[in-house]
Write a protein that binds this ligand. Structure first.
Ligand SMILES: *Cc1c(COP(=O)(O)O)cnc(C)c1O
Length: 397
């Protein structure tokens, strides 16, 4: 069959692929411990589920406005005001089928062939492909653990060409867990403004932070930045609601309107019932978030300690999100059988076969020297999984 050229330009989501492979091995009765999860292992809190049941009974079973219920847009504005001190009108909000659709709508509304978009690397797997679907080119700004996986303003300045349109900033970051602090954001914001760029601020992990870090949005960090920032967020990670598919974007009204136009010709509104559940998530009690973050924090501290104890591993201690991104290139050239391991992908394959542990190789995040381990996994599995990893790694020489 003849398929469109744009299909050649993209890859299927690699993180979803590794979870599928682990699931398949498990269905064959093989006991695999999966560190691949890109979603909280907790159930959606009860009061949110109850709100969804009420919504069904109250008849929220029809189309809503394309860009979402006013009630939910208002709830998003209230949270941004209360949590970050940012003022927005509901007309500056669009509700989408997940943050991913918000990013996709934004890319289609903003970019065209020839446009360049700055993407700090390691990056979330979907950015390059979403940009490719819009015909735009990612320009990667590389970082590593020595800089806390954070870009500096000079890197932006050096990468700018007349075609540069925007910067995608993901803080806290998936996969590295790095978090930009207020002063770092101010410095980046100043360069962004001078160069007349837009910022797409993916803040999907903004409530999952450790060590009492205070989260600031880049929209807040510098005068005039709010007018050139699109904030993307959603309920998936904060409230363990990945399957409900509710995310949003908040920013300049002309851009929000353009995104709604695209959404009106693709998915129309996100699911009505899920929107009502998201209203409850944002306006209801927030202790559920604190409880989940406390548990993530306990796992984070244990895993960072255990991994850094292992010979050959160097693991950055993340300030947010629920992933570790340890450096594993010390193992390249070592072997257990005949062929030496030469990449993160080969190491991940080795760990799956030898240790029955699923980790995600760093390549699809832009780093061949790292692997990603999620700690959205129970403490028992973490303990057992890390023991297996340690044993398998010790067989390499
Ligand atoms: C999970 C994730 C998303 C997408 O979230 P959905 O709202 O479930 O679509 C976007 N950005 C990053 C960095 C993520 O990790």
């Amino acid at each position: 069959m003849r398929l469109a050229e744009r299909i050649q330009a993209i890859r299927p989501s690699a993180t979803l692929a590794i979870s599928a492979k682990a699931k398949e091995m498990r269905s064959q009765g093989i006991d695999v411990i999966g560190f691949g999860a890109g979603e909280p292992d907790f159930d959606t809190p009860q009061h949110i589920k109850d709100a969804a049941v009420r919504a069904v009974m109250e008849g929220y079973t029809k189309y809503t406005p394309v860009g979402g219920l006013d009630e939910l847009k208002t709830a998003v504005c209230h949270r941004l005001q209360a949590d970050q001190g940012l003022s927005y009108e509901p007309s500056q909000v669009i509700i989408c089928c997940g943050a991913k659709q918000a990013l996709f709508n934004a890319a289609l509304a903003l970019f065209q062939p020839g446009d360049e978009v700055l993407v700090p690397s390691p990056y979330w797997v979907s950015y390059p492909d979403i940009l490719a679907l819009a015909g735009a080119s990612p320009v990667f700004l590389s970082t590593d653990e020595d800089e806390g996986f954070k870009i500096n303003p000079q890197q932006i300045q050096e990468a700018i060409t007349p075609r540069t349109r925007a910067l995608i900033l993901n803080s806290p970051c998936n996969p590295t867990g790095s978090v930009y602090l207020r002063q770092e954001l101010e410095e980046i914001a100043r360069v962004v403004r001078e160069a007349d760029l837009l910022v797409i601020a993916d803040e999907i992990y903004d409530k999952i932070v450790y060590n009492d870090i205070r989260i600031t949005s880049i929209a807040y960090a510098w005068p005039g930045l709010q007018e050139r920032t699109l904030i993307v967020n959603g309920v998936s990670k904060t409230y363990a609601m990945t399957g409900w598919r509710i995310g949003w974007a908040v920013g300049p009204q002309p851009l929000i309107q353009a995104m709604a136009k695209i959404q009106s010709q693709s998915t129309s509104n996100p699911t009505a019932v899920s929107q009502k559940a998201a209203v409850e998530a944002l306006t209801g009690p927030q202790d559920c978030v604190r409880q989940m973050v406390r548990e993530f924090d306990r796992r984070r501290r244990f895993m960072v300690y255990r991994l850094n104890e292992m010979e050959g591993i160097r693991c950055y201690d993340p300030g947010g999100a629920f992933y570790l991104f340890p450096r594993v290139d010390a193992f390249f050239g070592r072997k257990a059988g005949k062929t030496p391991i030469q990449s993160a992908t080969q190491l991940a394959d080795y760990l799956l076969e030898e240790a029955r542990v699923a980790v995600v190789p760093g390549e699809p995040f832009g780093s061949p020297n790292h692997i990603r381990l999620s700690f959205a996994v129970s403490m028992e599995e973490i303990e057992e999984g890390l023991n297996r990893i340690e044993e398998a790694l010790s067989k390499l020489s």
